[in-house]
Write a protein that binds this ligand. Structure first.
Ligand SMILES: [Fe+2]
Length: 269
């Protein structure tokens, strides 16, 4: 594996409505052949970078590759999370249902700037399980000013039991500032109804009237899912993806067919 920091990231082809896909020019090229700094720089501007045709890294290689760019977020399972559908899940991340929008690291000591997925086993066409990314910067930019004014006053308290690697109580303003670009971002995790989800997530909206709180939540449930703000990724085996976490929200469509899909995820602070 080479870490040539002087080598820039190859250029890619645009995805819609945002993101870029880079295909390996030479078969057998490894993720480790792309300079991590250049890759993260591209991810910061494109928001999502998909790499195709690159060989995946082993767990230890992946950790050292990402650690060259910044501190790795560590959990009780370690740095690399296996995302798969389990026989006896305690958390909705590991069942076959959908995963509502959220941002990674909300309950962690540090919110990661980027996360990287490697797809060990992809999904057959039509099996669902796509990952969906919402560009919250553009959602904010295109929202009417009276709504943005309401958002500015809105604070959300989230509560969930720690049944997987995260949990607890978190109070967060609905709007934040992107630490790298200075743009306004929406930080919102959608509620998880206990009737539908293992490990539910309860929200208390404060700073606005109860009527406005209901309006904010009902509006976000529609606005954030507008396809013009969302990139939906169907996973093929061998896909690698680098995601900018501060500006995007993400979630997963439910599986409608095979649940063999397996991803590995690592987060860079
Ligand atoms: Fe996530």
């Amino acid at each position: 594996m080479t870490h040539s920091l002087s080598r820039s990231c190859p250029s890619g082809t645009d995805l819609r409505p945002f993101g870029t896909v880079i295909t390996a020019a030479v078969p057998g090229t490894s993720l480790g052949d792309i300079a991590i700094d250049g890759l993260l720089e591209t991810a910061l501007s494109a928001k999502v970078v998909v790499l195709r045709g690159y060989e995946l890294l082993g767990i230890e290689e992946l950790e050292s590759y990402c650690a060259a760019a910044g501190e790795i977020l560590r959990w009780d399972f370690g740095a690399v999370l296996d995302l798969d559908v389990r026989d006896d899940p305690q958390n909705y991340l590991f069942d076959s249902g959908d995963v509502p929008f959220h941002w990674d690291g909300a309950f962690a000591a540090h919110v990661p700037s980027f996360f990287l997925f490697q797809c060990v086993t992809g999904s057959p066409a039509g099996a669902g399980g796509e990952t969906v990314f919402c560009d919250s910067v553009t959602v904010y930019d295109e929202a009417p000013e009276e709504l943005r004014e309401l958002w500015r006053r809105t604070t959300v308290t989230y509560r969930t039991d720690k049944l997987a690697h995260y949990g607890g109580l978190l109070t967060s303003p609905l709007l934040g500032t992107h630490p790298a670009t200075g743009e306004t971002v929406i930080r919102y995790a959608e509620p998880l109804d206990p009737a539908r989800y293992l490990n539910p997530l309860f929200l208390t909206v404060e700073g606005v009237s109860p009527e406005d709180a209901s309006y904010v939540m009902e509006d976000l449930a529609i606005r954030l899912h507008d396809p013009k703000y969302c990139y939906t990724h169907h996973w093929d085996s061998g896909d690698i993806m680098i995601v900018e976490n501060h500006g995007l929200l993400h979630g997963r469509n439910r599986f409608t067919g095979s649940t063999r899909r397996r991803l590995q995820r690592i987060q860079i602070i």
